[in-house]
Design a protein around this ligand. Structure first.
Ligand SMILES: [Zn+2]
Length: 299
């Protein structure tokens, strides 16, 4: 099993994600990376200053707490599009598509995948610095090596694995998703299967929020291609809101995986799905840091 997973990772690494570039494009690219890097540095410095300046007691003053406050419109329905397991083939496609369609999304990334992919950390850095259009979140370091029972049976090690990802990916917020498990941890809430509960408790006491999902865009386990058509999935979204089956009423988290959209035919499906949802004026795409009821997002 582990060998098969490692082979899969090796295959992922062989395939280039970024297209070949000419010399001029390369110089332009280097310049762009420099500009983005400086902007990112300014952002991080500013965020840290904001965090350190933030008062412990709820005494919001101009400019400090305001950035953390999010106002929900009760007439709207919020959609959190989430992409799991990146950086991998398909991550850039998803990122570029969300940008082109002007919708917000969240990327739950895996530390090991960033290390194994030649441009992995470059992609992670780009996702991190593209906030608030997209949010970078923690999806573990090892992805449990896809040995989920073993992972959750050793909660201390599993927690260490989550913390390692937080550090190596430099995730700005205390927001995570467990590998292969739909658990929720928010302010005053732990909702987990008995298997994942010990890990959920450890993450809760470390101040983390854990985000599950309401609806998954299923994929073929061999080809990684999406199962539901965009129309079918959009109907599932409408139905979940209508029947109030979401974890939080009027808020719906969709789970997808970056690799599902690496083929043009499948990224077209993602674009179609987004366009169908955008036609509904009540729907708003948000990032998971704005999901209701989260604990403080920074340590
Ligand atoms: Zn995953």
């Amino acid at each position: 099993m582990r060998n098969r997973y490692n082979n899969y990772l090796r295959r992922q690494m062989k395939d280039p994600v970024l297209p070949r570039v000419s010399k001029n494009t390369l110089i332009g690219g280097v310049f762009l990376v420099l500009v983005l890097g400086i902007a990112g540095l300014l952002y991080v410095t500013n965020s840290q200053a904001r965090f350190h300046a933030a008062p412990q007691a709820p005494a919001p003053s101009a400019g400090t707490a305001a950035a953390e406050v999010f106002t929900y419109d009760s007439t709207k329905k919020y959609i959190y599009l989430t992409f799991d397991d990146g950086p991998q083939l398909g991550t850039m496609t998803c990122f570029n598509l969300c940008r082109a369609e002007a919708v917000k999304a969240s990327f739950f990334m895996v530390g090991l995948h960033a290390n194994l992919k030649s441009d992995g950390h470059e992609i992670v850095n780009m996702i991190r610095s593209a906030y608030p259009r997209v949010t970078l979140a923690n999806h573990s370091f090892s992805h449990a090596n896809n040995q989920y029972l073993d992972f959750y049976h050793h909660p201390e090690q599993a927690a260490a694995d989550m913390f390692q990802a937080q550090h190596s990916l430099q995730v700005p917020y205390l927001i995570a998703r467990f590998p292969g498990n739909r658990s929720w941890v928010r302010e005053g809430e732990i909702k987990a299967t008995p298997l994942a509960r010990p890990l959920a408790r450890l993450l809760d006491s470390a101040g983390y929020n854990v985000i599950g999902w309401d609806l998954e865009w299923d994929f073929n386990r061999r080809s990684a291609r999406p199962v539901q058509s965009p129309v079918t999935l959009a109907r599932e979204v409408d139905s979940a809101f209508l029947k109030k089956t979401t974890h939080t009423p009027n808020h719906l988290v969709i789970l997808t995986h970056d690799r599902m959209f690496r083929r043009p035919a499948d990224s077209d499906s993602l674009a179609k799905f987004i366009r169908i949802l955008k036609q509904n004026p009540d729907y708003v795409f948000e990032t998971v840091d704005h999901y209701p009821g989260l604990k403080k997002l920074r340590p």
